[in-house]
Ligand binder design. Structure first.
Ligand SMILES: Nc1ncnc2c1ncn2[C@@H]1O[C@H](COP(=O)(O)OP(=O)(O)O)[C@@H](O)[C@H]1O
Ligand SMILES: [Mg+2]
Length: 453
């Protein structure tokens, strides 16, 4: 694999892995996360830094032979080259022998091995218990199948209690996008709305073409690279995806309460609960609750790419298959969609401000608030103060801002906490108002530089 010069974010992940390496002790690390999120890229960097061994398991018949060749190269082992390892027992024995010194070994997409050889995890466990745990190996097992890794970590697994660490690699935060694209921030918000924080989609995106052309080339045309992506990703995790598809489609099209999803997807309540919790575990769906609410809540698709796909591609597949260009269809609705994504993004930004003490006080409860048809984009309930925030994907004048504040004031009556001092916050695409002191005002430039640099 070629490492391009761009390597964004992942500082925390690198530090975590480097510290594990420097511990000098035997380490068994489980690293997982959805395909395309950047696991291999990260591990390759680590392997390069510490001169480790990178083994990629594929759905091939000769995994052991492939691994033997790589190990033979790495250790200049002529005997091994002539006599490839014949069993996983022999493989781990070989690793035991090679781990008298500190050595990093990565096995990527390990679920393929476990699928082909049912006893694989037990064999590893046996070697771990008898010798590897006393050696100097740092063994990283990596998988794109989240459900597989959850199995490996569960108490039923042979490896239960053996791992010395685990890490789920998740999306790259939105504010790294400008490190990746030299484009204006409005365009970057649009890209983020479609492709989320998944670096492989970023690297597939051609910045010399506009977003519509990129959509066509990557997602919304039959045969394009990511046309069937969600199907492919879900099939890695689940046996029968059709029900899950119905659930995700309902949510993407705005049926977000439990009852609404049940109606639209025609799944009975008991089963729906199960499907939703599986999708939550896999990281595709989140429950969002009104600030301080303990139950209820609405379901949202967490992964922007999935949200986009289930909103525009999946419902229009028949048209697409007939060769129809769905860009005009998307254009009609896209501003609303991006507005929703910008609101989520702005909420993340305000959470960061809160964590860094940039708000009137540190709010323990903060998020969206709604009650009986009234809704506020951002509410923080603190000891002394109430924070009321609105997000707008447009340009605001002083007049707009005054109106927003008036309406926030009115809505705030319904939250309670009337004795608390009220503070107002507005995040907008652009702000055309120089007046100071009316509210905390933030525009796109602020949102994309969340930390003082
Ligand atoms: N930290 C990063 N910075 C820049 N590009 C990245 C980063 N991580 C991943 N990529 C890009 O995304 C692609 C897919 O990443 P990869 O590591 O293969 O994903 P995974 O192994 O999780 O499926 C890489 O080939 C690279 O182009
Ligand atoms: Mg990979």
């Amino acid at each position: 694999m070629i490492l391009t010069s761009k390597f964004v974010d992942r500082g925390e992940e690198m530090k975590y892995l480097e510290n594990k390496y420097k511990s000098g002790k035997a380490e068994l690390i489980l690293l997982y996360g959805r395909r395309r999120i950047g696991k291999t890229y990260l591990l390759q960097k680590l392997v390069k830094e510490f001169d480790g061994v990178y083994l990629l398991a594929e759905e091939s018949e000769n995994v052991l032979e492939d691994f033997s060749n790589i190990l033979a190269d790495k250790f200049n082992d002529v005997v091994l080259r002539e006599n490839p390892l014949r069993s996983w027992n022999a493989f781990f024995s070989y690793l035991v022998e090679k781990s008298k010194e500190r050595i990093l070994v990565v096995i990527d997409e390990v679920q393929y091995i476990a699928k082909g050889e049912k006893g694989f995890l037990s064999i590893l466990q046996k070697h771990w218990d008898s010798s590897l745990q006393y050696s100097k190996i740092m063994l990283v097992l990596c998988s794109s199948t989240v459900s597989f890794m959850e199995g490996v970590m569960s108490y039923k697994s042979p490896l239960y209690g053996r791992k010395t660490g685990s890490w789920e690699v998740t999306e790259i935060p939105y504010y790294y996008l400008p490190d990746f694209f030299n484009l204006n921030l409005e365009e970057i918000v649009r890209i983020y709305s479609v492709f989320g924080g998944v670096p492989q989609y970023w690297s597939s995106y051609d910045p010399n073409k506009n977003i519509w052309e990129n959509m066509r080339e990557l997602v919304i045309e039959k045969g394009s690279r990511y046309y069937e992506e969600p199907k492919y990703l879900l099939k890695m995790e689940l046996r029968d995806v059709s029900r899950y598809f119905a659930v995700l489609r309902s949510i993407a099209q705005g049926s977000t309460r439990f009852g609404e999803i049940a109606n639209k997807s025609r799944i009975d309540n008991n089963s729906l609960g199960k499907y939703l919790s599986v999708l939550e575990d896999l990281g595709y769906v989140v429950v969002e609750r009104s600030v301080r609410a303990k139950k209820g809540g609405i379901y949202q698709i967490k992964d922007n790419f999935f949200d986009f796909w289930f909103r525009y591609v999946y419902p229009n597949r028949a048209n697409i298959e007939m060769g129809m260009d769905i860009v005009p269809l998307i254009k009609d609705d896209f501003n609303v969609y991006v507005g929703k994504k910008f609101e989520e993004l702005a909420r993340k930004y305000v959470m960061i401000l809160n964590a860094h003490g940039k708000l009137p006080e540190k709010y323990e409860s903060m998020g969206r608030w709604w009650h009986k048809g009234e809704e506020i984009d951002i509410v923080g309930i603190g000891k002394r103060t109430l924070l009321l925030g609105e997000v707008k994907w447009k340009t605001l004048s002083c007049r707009d801002i005054e109106n927003i504040i008036k309406s926030l004031e009115q809505k705030a009556e319904h939250i309670g906490h009337n004795s608390k001092e009220k503070n107002y916050l507005i995040v907008a695409r652009k702000i055309n108002c120089k007046r100071e002191g009316i509210a905390q005002l933030y525009d796109l430039n602020d949102v994309f530089s969340p930390f003082p640099r």
